[in-house]
Ligand binder design. Structure first.
Ligand SMILES: [Zn+2]
Length: 333
C-alpha cells in the first residue's frame, strides 16, 4: 500500500507545512491535536463546546490550540491550524452557513480564529475532513475519488478528488442527506418530516435517530442490531430494511459521482452488516452491470475529523506560512 499511498503525499512527509494543528469543532465537544510532519498525532485534548456562545467557542478553541502547540518543539516556526466544522464557509460571503451549531451561522469563523490565534487558519466541512483523512492515509488511501459518508445523529458526506476536498461553489459537495430516499415506496418507506422543512430526506431514514424511529420497536440503533443478531425477527427485518435503504441512497450517489471508494463514518459505521449486505443490495439499483465501488469502514475511527482538519495544511507552501501575518481588526471578513 505504501507506494500507492505516496501519490497524494508531498515530498518530505505527510505535512509539507511541517507541524500543524487539527481542530474538530463538534456540536457537543471540541477536540484538538498536534500533527507531526510524519502524520503522527501528539496530544489530543478535548473540551465541551460552549453551545450557543460564539465568543466562548472561539476562546475554547484558543485554549485547546495553546495546549497542543505547547507540545511542539520550540524551533518549528509558525504552526497553522485546520478546523473541521459541521457546515461550510460560503464562497460568496466568507461566512458560516448550513451549521447545525446554529450560533456559528453568519460568522467569519476563519477570520476571527486567525485573529485570535495569531496563526493561519483553514476551515472546512467536517465530513470533508473525515473523507480527506481516509483518502490520504486511511481506508481509501490512494483512491482518486472518495465519498466519505457520516451516519450518525445526522447524515452527511464529503467528496475528496485527487487527495483534495472538492472545491464547489455552494460548499455542499457530498451533502446527500437531504436528498429524497431513492425508490421510496410509501408502504415500505413512510416519509417522516425532516428538520430542514422537507419530508422523506435520506437523513430521516439513515441517521441513528431515523433508524430507531422507523424501526418503531423502542430501541436505538445499537440495540436493534444486537437484537437482530440474537435472533429477534422484528429487529432483523428492521436492520435488513436499513441496509436496503442505505444501498438505495448510496446507489443514487454512485450514479452521479461514481466514486472509487465509499468510506462510512459515524456511530452506525460500526455495524458490520452494512459491509456484508449493502454492496450486494446496491447491485439492484446502480445503473451498471458491474459495481466496482468499494464500501469500507474507516481506518481511523473517530479520529478522522481532527486528522483531516490537520491535513488541510498538508500541501501548503511552508514559505507562505512563514510570511503570513494576522488579519487586522478592520479587515473585511
Ligand atoms: Zn432534510
Amino acid at each position: 500500500m505504501a507506494e500507492f499511498t505516496k501519490k497524494f503525499l508531498p515530498e518530505g512527509g505527510l505535512n509539507a507545512a511541517g507541524w500543524t494543528v487539527g481542530v474538530d469543532l463538534g456540536g457537543t465537544k471540541i477536540e484538538a491535536a498536534l500533527a507531526a510532519p510524519d502524520g503522527a498525532l501528539v496530544a489530543r485534548p478535548r473540551a465541551p463546546t460552549p453551545r450557543g456562545d460564539y465568543a466562548g467557542t472561539i476562546e475554547a478553541i484558543a485554549a485547546l490550540v495553546a495546549t497542543v502547540t505547547a507540545c511542539a518543539p520550540a524551533d518549528v516556526g509558525p504552526i497553522p491550524v485546520g478546523v473541521g466544522m459541521p457546515g461550510a464557509l460560503s464562497r460568496r460571503t466568507g461566512l458560516v452557513k448550513n451549521a447545525n451549531s446554529t450560533w456559528l451561522i453568519g460568522k467569519p469563523l476563519d477570520h476571527d480564529l486567525a485573529r485570535r490565534l495569531g496563526r493561519p487558519v483553514r476551515v472546512a466541512n467536517d465530513a470533508d475532513c473525515f473523507a480527506l483523512s481516509e483518502a490520504i492515509d486511511g481506508a481509501a488511501a490512494g483512491a482518486d475519488v472518495v465519498f466519505g459518508v457520516i451516519l450518525g445523529t445526522g447524515v452527511g458526506g464529503g467528496v475528496v478528488v485527487g487527495g483534495r476536498p472538492l472545491a464547489s461553489p455552494n460548499g455542499i459537495a457530498g451533502e446527500w442527506g437531504h436528498n429524497p430516499l431513492p425508490w421510496a415506496d410509501p408502504a415500505r418507506d413512510p416519509a417522516h418530516a425532516c428538520y430542514c422543512g422537507k419530508r422523506g430526506c435520506i437523513e430521516t431514514y439513515l441517521s441513528g435517530p431515523g433508524f430507531a424511529a422507523h424501526a418503531g420497536i423502542g430501541a436505538d440503533a445499537a440495540e436493534i442490531a444486537a437484537a437482530a443478531r440474537a435472533g429477534d425477527s422484528e429487529a432483523a427485518a428492521a436492520l435488513d430494511l436499513y441496509c436496503d435503504r442505505l444501498a438505495r441512497g448510496l446507489a443514487g450517489a454512485i450514479n452521479i459521482l461514481d466514486p472509487d471508494v465509499i468510506v462510512l463514518g459515524g456511530g452506525l459505521s460500526h455495524l458490520s452488516e452494512l459491509y456484508e449486505r449493502v454492496p450486494t443490495y446496491w447491485k439492484k439499483y446502480v445503473f451498471s452491470d458491474h459495481v466496482e465501488t468499494r464500501l469500507t469502514p474507516p481506518l481511523h475511527g473517530d479520529s478522522g475529523g481532527v486528522r483531516g482538519a490537520a491535513w488541510l495544511w498538508r500541501d501548503a507552501d511552508p514559505a507562505a506560512i512563514l510570511a503570513w501575518s494576522p488579519p487586522h481588526d478592520d479587515a473585511p471578513p
